[in-house]
Design a protein around this ligand. Sequence first.
Ligand code: C2E
Ligand code: MG
Ligand code: MG
Ligand code: MG
Length: 281
Amino acid sequence: EAKAAGRNTLRFYDPQMQAAVSARAALEADMRAGLQQGQFVLFYQPKVQRGRVVGAEALLRWRHPERGFVSPAQFIPLAEDCGLILPLGQWVLASACAQLARWSADPLLARLSVAVNVSPRQFHEDDFVAQVLAALAASGAPARRLKLELTEGLLLHNVEDTIAKMEQLRGHGVGFSLDDFGTGYSSLSYLKRLPLQELKIDQSFVRDVLTDPNDAAIARTIIALGASLGLSVVAEGVETQAQRAFLEQSGCDTWQGYLLSPPVPAPDYEALVRRRAETLV
Ligand code: C2E
Ligand code: MG
Ligand code: MG
Ligand code: MG
């Protein structure tokens, strides 16, 4: 009967779409339950500058009893859609701040920063600034060691409000990084108005930086832009020495990637920092 209804008519019942809708609903229900049951955990990926670990990025992992590890690429967009990103994002902030507070009490780890990814929906909550300050206060973590990674999508919505929130948190010492830079819609005029300290070159440009002249040109342009705006530039997704060397020669000496370590549980990150401290001295 769908054929009879004509090409441009929305079909009332599509078994495939129906299956996708129920799969989504099931994932959403599992996510809610998982948050209650402690199935979410933060992994940490070291960020290195000229061979030294300078901090870590906290990356969310969901360990579902039957589904196994579910990728953030799968559940973060869904969590944004259904609003679960709000309690999930608060849990991430609380958990990362608690970890930061513990590390701050250890002389070897005290100077290292922790970066937290913040979704646009979470950032645009009226009380976002208060939420961050509450997480810092509850844990005793030092605000100047906390970095928030924002994406360009955030800027599509109320730039004045975005700047005001960033400035309030900056006033407490919190740092800001623009994640996945170059993949979104940033306007360069906004970029210079935002109180940012860091740009992250998206891994999609890093991947083929040695073989694709366009990617190489984009990477170099981001590095030059960062330098002229007084921002640090961090490359994401560095997997080979050749990529690292290219980036370093182009003026970017700070990076994250499997070349050093994937995101790992907190104790493994600590062990990595300790090992490197021993080999460096
Ligand atoms: P992102 O913030 O850009 O994080 C970088 C992603 O690249 C991470 O994927 C990381 O595991 C991966 N990666 C790091 N080094 C390499 C490498 O050398 N090669 C390759 N191929 N990949 C590398 P992950 O952990 O799957 O996270 C994906 C995205 O999910 C993140 O992208 C971020 O946008 C989002 N996300 C993760 N955790 C959170 C969170 O706590 N809150 C929010 N709102 N979003 C999160
Ligand atoms: Mg990030
Ligand atoms: Mg990124
Ligand atoms: Mg990303």
